[in-house]
Design a protein around this ligand. Structure first.
Ligand code: ZN
Length: 224
């Protein structure tokens, strides 16, 4: 029998990783997947050292992880920098897991409205000359970009993990629902909204919202 706690999903830690650490000691999962919003004052490995040798650690970024250069660096230049699931499909504990970090931003794309920019290059070439070489601000890097979203949509996976919610939640987006359908996933786990819930959406996809500091197994059961 396959274990439903072989992968655990962690909702927005916001600096508190203790519930996840406790759950790893108790369940000894093959992998944990972090759903964004870490608020890191120090590199991620400094928080997770106790479990780093016990399990695989995978993540997507939330909006908070772009709030300051410090928070951004402590994630994107951490010892786990290569374990991002964003915009790809990764085989974890026998399942194909797809990831979409970041959020929809009005200044880039806020579905169902049309995108303001189709991709990062489109945005950059339309900026005043002096800004072009500076590249993108962290705010823009936190956005879900239409071209990247479409490329992800063409892939197939068993599970999709996102920071934003799909249309199953009153603050969610139908575009995320359509992404899950197109990718043929059976389950979707998301953070961001600080609410634990499970709901079935179209194509019998099971959505699990994981609250801040909460930890869920593959069935959406909360772990402690
Ligand atoms: Zn968030």
């Amino acid at each position: 029998m396959t274990r439903h706690d072989r992968i655990l999903f962690a909702g927005d830690p916001h600096g508190n990783f203790q519930p996840l650490i406790n759950a790893v000691h108790k369940h000894q999962p093959e992998a944990v997947i972090l759903l964004g919003d870490y608020d890191l004052d120090k590199p991620l490995e400094d928080y997770l050292g106790e479990i780093a040798e016990m399990t695989q650690i995978w993540w997507i970024a939330g909006n908070h992880d772009f709030q300051s250069p410090c928070k951004h660096r402590n994630l994107f230049q951490s010892a786990f920098k290569d374990n991002s699931l964003h915009l790809k499909v990764t085989e974890i504990a026998g399942l194909k897991i797809a990831g979409l970090g970041g959020i929809f931003l009005g200044r880039v794309w806020y579905p169902p409205k049309e995108p303001k920019w189709t991709d990062k290059q489109h945005f950059l070439v339309n900026q005043p000359q002096g800004l072009k070489n500076g590249g993108m601000t962290l705010k823009y890097l936190s956005a879900i970009w239409p071209d990247e979203f479409q490329q992800l949509k063409a892939l197939n996976a068993d599970i999709l993990v996102t920071h934003e919610a799909p249309g199953s939640h009153r603050h969610g987006f139908q575009a995320i629902t359509e992404l899950a359908v197109a990718m043929g996933v059976k389950q979707l786990f998301h953070g961001h909204l600080h609410e634990n819930y499970s709901r079935i959406i179209k194509h019998n996809i099971k959505v699990h919202g994981v609250a801040n500091h909460a930890v869920s197994d593959l069935l959406g059961n909360l772990c402690s």
